[in-house]
Design a protein around this ligand. Structure first.
Ligand code: SF4
Length: 311
């Protein structure tokens, strides 16, 4: 019997990271931003208060158990239901995991707190930082990311540029494009100027492939994504939906683990199969039972059918 997961979920199939064991360091939707495309719903009140939202030792121990149970992930990822850098000791969580595991640790962050010296210093044990950059000017930053009043785009870009200079690991910047909001030529040129200051290893373009919380958030069509990729130059790539990952046909999808995943974000059958290391048919069977029970619902979106928790 699997121990209850309080701070970890998955492994889930991630389009950017392969198979990722997710770690939640803050309560759901504790965030300094309120992005219009957030899959988790609106941030009730943005915050920049950094504190130990989850006890370091408990998180480190739960990740150890998750890694022992398998399947082995490609990354342990600090992120999930809010902004992980709001956890005042996230660097100690990463260092604690590194003491017993060689699995690389990634940080999924909105990036707006990286202007703080202590936040950048805490990144030291990480292999990979994945910050967001969704705007090229202050007005668009306020429109897309709706930050805490104490944060600005200028500081965000300064913070990312400083981390890139100081950090020995990789930095992959994600640009989340919303049709008609930050996808114009003028906006892309400004985003490119910010990227030139930051000099990340990669720039990854994303759009609303998964159902966002706000229905008016539109996906940028594939051809336009391709044009934007060209405008942003050699480091940029469009993140493709997760297909073609190897599927180890082992084990059975467990309802609780599937629900755990769907409570955090909508997933396809393939996401669940890859995330849990089970055959696609097993994942589909489990979803059918959950659909019958009314615990999950189905939504069609762009490339695929997504399942989400009805709770
Ligand atoms: S930073 Fe992440 S968790 Fe916070 S609002 Fe934006 S998408 Fe949601």
């Amino acid at each position: 019997m699997k121990n209850a997961s309080r701070y970890t979920y998955g492994p889930v199939a991630s389009r950017r990271l392969g198979r990722s064991l997710g770690v939640d360091l803050v309560p759901s939707k504790t965030c300094d931003l309120n992005c219009i495309y957030c899959q988790l719903g609106p941030t009730a009140r943005t915050t920049i208060e950094r504190r130990e939202y989850a006890p370091v030792e408990d998180v480190v121990e739960e990740v150890r158990r998750g890694l022992e149970e398998g399947p082995a992930p490609d990354y342990v990822t600090l992120g999930g239901s809010g902004e992980p850098t709001l956890h005042s000791r996230f660097g100690e969580v990463a260092a604690g995991i590194r003491r017993y595991s060689g699995v690389p640790i990634a940080l999924l962050t909105g990036g707006a707190l990286l202007h703080l010296d202590e936040v950048r210093a805490a990144c030291e044990p990480l292999a990979l930082v994945l910050p967001s950059l969704d705007a090229g000017d202050e007005e668009t930053f306020r429109r897309v990311n709706r930050p805490h009043p104490g944060l600005t785009l200028e500081r965000l870009v300064d913070g990312l540029a400083a981390l890139r200079r100081e950090f020995r690991g990789q930095m992959w910047v994600e640009v989340f494009l919303v049709e008609g909001v930050n996808s114009s030529d003028q906006q892309v040129v400004r985003i490119r100027e910010c990227i030139e200051r930051i000099r990340p290893h990669r720039v990854q373009l994303n759009t609303a492939v998964r159902p966002p919380a706000e229905v008016l958030v539109g996906a940028v069509p594939e051809e336009r994504l391709e044009q934007i990729r060209e405008m942003l130059g050699g480091r940029a790539e469009v993140i493709a939906p997760a297909t073609g990952l190897e599927l180890p046909a082992e084990g059975r999808a467990r309802k609780e683990r599937v629900l755990d995943m769907l409570r955090r974000r909508p997933c396809t059958v393939q996401d669940i199969a890859v995330g849990l290391g089970v055959h696609r048919n097993e994942a589909a069977k489990c979803l059918r039972v959950l659909l019958d029970e009314g615990a999950v619902r189905r939504r069609q979106r762009l490339y695929d059918t997504y399942y989400e928790s009805s709770g």
